[in-house]
Design a protein around this ligand. Structure first.
Ligand SMILES: *Cc1c(COP(=O)(O)O)cnc(C)c1O
Length: 431
């Protein structure tokens, strides 16, 4: 299987090239040229397979012959060595906890997979790859952790100044070694735009082998399909719907890939905060991003979600898309009320992103009461402790991984705009 560009003007490439390039030469996102459904027997018997074997079956057609079976399984076992608990919260409502990896948000799986693959491809090369990544809070930490000391890689993280939580900022800025943090004057969308511009900038490309580690990169995005298989392995039920707290729409797009692979899922709900470009699209059929608004679910403060074009690609037309996907938005007030209610009723502590997933699910279940719903709990509440502790009046226990970085000094470079970014990049010397 090869990847083609969604802009349609670049040649098709294999997994290794799609990973290293990030974006196609015509600026389009890479997309699998075909998606072959998996064996029914496998899908009906997921409980008989280990998480690594499931991951292997799900990803192998996309990797093709870029990595052999033994090495791919080893990469997967380095990627997935933690659990994905499924918690029954209410009658037909489950929370799938995706935050038990090293940086306490769901992005660890994609970031570690990509880092391990790139390390594998670079094993016998002297070339250095420069990994560029824009973050709204959690991606940068996962990428920094995954790529820390990976041979032949330097990582540059762009994050929006004053728009990430204190713990998130520490995770981005206390790594050292091959990780550099850039603190950008602007929003996540501004950071993402700089990364996209860098990829088509001749001077930067002459000096660096640029690779993107955002969910536009197929190596970060596709492994997220595993989560949906793990949930169904545990749940073994029909009539399932998934509510995915969505920002750049990578995770939910991977869920839709899981469905195309044959996983029995009835419907998806893309739950967003007030950055509601996609919920508005479902009403008007027009995509018209507004200025990004800062919220307490900051990893979803995205107004121009990159992966939505991939989602549109999977469906024939708007009706077809609407039959598999709905989208709702919620504000901070509704988010915190949900956190408080679930804490009072169930003693379960949601983070703001998971709470938005929960709200989207509940809204969908009103008109579809027979469905069984899973919302993805995408981050550990400690990452947003200020808001959570204030609303439920409980002191959260600080996990050890976080305790270690709280006393470390933050190191970053301030960036004003693209030309500032470019000149500072051109002055960097990694040798
Ligand atoms: C990144 C992130 C999201 C949004 O995921 P997308 O794939 O960008 O839609 C949701 N919740 C948390 C905690 C995140 O870090």
């Amino acid at each position: 299987m090869l990847f083609r560009s969604l802009n349609g003007h670049s040649k098709r490439v294999n997994f290794e090239t799609a990973l290293k390039k990030g974006l196609a030469e015509d600026g389009g996102l890479f997309f699998p040229e075909q998606i072959s459904p998996l064996n029914k027997d496998f899908i009906n018997n997921l409980e008989k397979y280990s998480n690594i074997d499931i991951a292997y079956e799900v990803i192998k057609q996309f990797i093709g012959d870029s990595i052999n079976e033994t090495d791919l399984k080893e990469i997967l076992s380095n990627t997935i060595d933690f659990d994905f608990p499924l918690i029954n919260l209410e009658n037909n409502v489950y929370s799938l906890e995706l935050f038990h990896g090293p940086t306490l948000a769901f992005k660890d799986v994609g970031a570690r997979f990509m880092a391990n693959c790139l390390g594998y491809f670079n094993k016998n090369e002297d070339k250095t790859n420069t990994v560029l990544v824009a973050t709204s809070g959690d991606t940068g930490a996962a990428v920094a952790n995954g790529f820390f000391k990976v041979k032949g890689t330097n990582v540059i993280i762009l994050y929006p100044k004053n728009k990430v939580s204190e713990i998130q900022e520490r995770q981005l800025t206390t790594n050292g070694n091959n990780i550099t943090a850039l603190r950008v004057q602007g929003s996540f969308d501004d950071c993402q735009k700089m990364v996209k511009n860098a990829f088509v900038d001749k001077e930067l490309n002459n000096k660096f082998n640029l690779t993107s580690a955002n969910s536009i990169n197929v190596a970060r995005w596709l492994p997220q399909a595993f989560y949906y298989f793990y949930a169904i392995k545990k749940l073994k039920k029909n009539n399932l719907v998934f509510s995915v707290p969505s920002g750049n729409f990578g995770n939910i797009c991977a869920g839709l890939i899981a469905m195309k692979l044959g996983l029995p899922i009835d419907h998806f709900i893309a739950s967003t905060n007030v950055n509601d470009t996609i919920p508005r699209y479902f009403k008007s059929q027009v995509i018209s991003p507004k200025r990004t608004i800062q919220t307490i679910s900051n990893a979803m403060d995205v107004s121009n979600p990159s992966n939505f074009v991939r989602i549109q690609e999977m469906f024939k037309n708007f009706e077809d898309l609407s039959s598999s996907l709905s989208s709702y938005s919620f504000n901070d007030d509704q988010t915190l009320k949900a956190v408080i209610k679930i804490y009072e009723d169930k003693k379960y502590i949601m983070d703001p992103h998971g709470a938005i997933g929960y709200l989207g699910l509940k809204k969908y279940l009103i008109n579809n009461p027979k469905k069984i719903g899973v919302f993805l709990e995408t981050a550990h509440p400690i990452k947003f402790s200020k808001h959570i502790e204030n609303s439920i009046n409980v002191k959260l226990e600080i996990p050890q991984t976080i305790n270690k970085i709280l006393s470390k000094k933050k190191t970053y470079i301030d960036i004003e705009n693209y030309s500032d970014f470019k000149s500072k990049m051109l002055n960097m010397d990694f040798n």
